[in-house]
Design a protein around this ligand. Structure first.
Ligand code: NAI
Length: 480
């Protein structure tokens, strides 16, 4: 961006934001739209991990895998082609074009909201003084309010130094110019499953090593079963409950040792064992901002740090009193940014309901959910009623040739045995990431099946499965 003008030093801002990822740029756009005078400090490119090294590039390459599968299976429809091959250079160029288009759009939006951009690393000192260094011009300024949004970086484990060639993180995988023939994915969370799915669909032999007893921890067990079965069918070797011990270079790749003396050799190792907050570059000397023992900036339900006028949002934060880890999701960063800005504006925002946030995982088959899993609902002490419908009975799913998956709705069981408030909606299957909307609303509006069952679903659609599943919770359904 390169617009860190020295004359801006004299400026005082209503709001200064450090970090231009989804949390930071959402705060800038929202505050700019509300008429605040905003400064945004970014050391790389606005858009952050999500746009340049995360959500957008990962989903773009997963779409490449989708196209490949579609072409490979075209003969089922009587459409004959040669066996597909992948020119990954072209795939990468397409991915970059999508990123560049969005990046340009975002820069335009920030300009239109009159956000002053500073390129460099921002640090926060006493009295809400922000210092920018390492960019085109060192400078400092003060602001009435500050939002810290420096995000997160990749994490690795001992013995696996990231060399970017054999041992890589999502950053390097998303920039590969050639596909590896084989990969060991360490960590079976959302990132691990998305990469395993993409690399396998594009022809690589993939092994997933997960330390916990199941992959996709936090997802409903029935949903995980569907993904695990699909991975198995497609030749992805998922090994759960496995401790990874180390690796030794072997040929053009490396041999990873795990479990009780087991080994697997592959061209590359993909590290997807979670992310770590980037609070260490924020300065914070002379402020009351609290960084906990795991490196997260601690905030309250309005995203306030203990330093007057200083807020923090996104992957950087831990929320005081919250059950479980803070979800490291771009859309959570967006939502937190808006709450923080509303609070700065003196409004009375509703704090985030973290247990209701939507989750979308873009492996094949896709996973999407909001609210409690069946296990989590029971652990929370709820008596539950559950309804499940498989895509195998859905017309549109059969038409598109993707009938693997289901919709599962969990409701609180009322004393009379009927289904009360909907506690969780869990989907796995074709395009479920685009179908979660109704489920998300029903969980967060605390709707009951009776509230929803009379609403009409378009036919034939994949999304009518949600209506059908909810309807059966009233005791009467149409198709099952
Ligand atoms: P994660 O923390 O969700 O999953 C990491 C997995 O690695 C866990 O299952 C953990 O048990 C396992 N693990 C940790 N150490 C291990 C070891 N030494 N050996 C074997 N397994 C080990 O982190 P992930 O998947 O890297 O994602 C990072 C963050 O980004 C998460 O918060 C995730 O929610 C978010 N994200 C979400 C996406 C989505 O919703 N589509 C996509 C990508 C990221």
């Amino acid at each position: 961006m390169g617009t860190g003008k020295v004359e801006a030093v004299a400026d005082k801002f209503d709001l200064a934001i450090i970090g231009g990822g989804p949390g930071g740029y959402a705060a800038a756009l929202y505050a700019g739209g509300a008429g605040l005078k905003v400064a945004l400090v970014e050391r790389d490119k606005v858009g952050g991990t999500c746009l340049h090294r995360g959500c957008i590039p990962a989903k773009e390459l997963l779409e490449t895998a989708h196209v490949f599968r579609t072409v490979a299976e075209a003969k089922e429809f009587g459409v004959h082609t040669d066996a597909p091959t992948v020119d990954f250079g072209v795939s990468q160029a397409r991915k970059q074009k999508v990123i560049d288009t969005l990046h340009k759009g975002l820069q335009g939006l920030l300009k239109a909201r009159k956000v002053t951009m500073f390129d460099g690393t921002g640090t926060l000192g006493a009295n809400r003084t922000v210092t920018v260094s390492g960019g085109s011009a060192d400078t400092s300024f003060t602001a009435d309010h500050v939002i810290l949004a420096s995000g997160s970086g990749v994490r690795t484990i001992p013995g696996f130094d990231i060399d970017g060639k054999i041992v890589m993180t999502s950053d390097e995988v998303l920039a590969l110019d050639r596909l590896p023939q084989s990969a060991v994915v360490i960590g079976g969370g959302p990132i691990g499953c998305e990469f395993a799915s993409m690399l396998s669909d594009l022809g690589a032999q993939v092994t997933v090593l997960e330390a916990l007893p199941q992959m996709l921890t936090g997802c409903d067990a029935d949903v995980v079963d569907v993904v695990a079965r699909s991975f198995r069918r497609r030749g992805i070797d998922v090994r759960t409950g496995m401790t990874v011990n180390g690796h030794t270079p072997a040929g053009k790749g490396t041999t990873v040792s795990f479990g009780e003396g087991e080994q697997v050799t592959a061209d590359v190792v993909v590290m997807s064992v979670g992310r770590r907050p980037l609070a260490d570059t924020l300065g914070l000397e002379g402020t009351a901002v609290e960084v906990n023992e795991r490196g997260f900036v601690v905030v309250d339900e309005y995203l306030r740090t203990p330093e007057d006028g200083v807020y923090a949002v996104g992957d950087l934060i831990a929320v005081r009193g919250m059950n479980g880890p803070h979800p490291a999701l771009a859309h959570v960063g967006f939502a937190e940014a808006m709450i923080a800005v509303q609070h700065i504006l003196g409004e009375d925002p509703t704090p985030m309901n973290y247990s209701g946030v939507p989750w979308c995982i873009y492996c094949h088959p896709e996973v999407a959910f909001a609210g409690l899993s069946e296990q989590a609902a029971k652990e929370a002490g709820y008596d539950v009623v559950v309804s499940k419908h498989k895509f195998a009975g859905n017309g549109r799913a059969l038409i598109i040739g993707e009938a693997d998956g289901m919709v599962k709705v969990i409701a609180e069981k009322l004393p009379d045995g009927k289904a009360g408030r909907i506690l969780g909606v869990h989907m796995v299957g074709p395009w479920v990431t685009e179908q979660l909307g109704a489920g998300y609303l029903s969980v967060n509006w605390e709707a009951t099946p009776d509230d929803l069952a009379h609403l009409v679903q378009p036919h034939p659609t994949l999304s009518e499965m949600f209506g059908e599943t909810v309807m059966s919770l009233t005791g009467r359904g149409l198709h099952g």
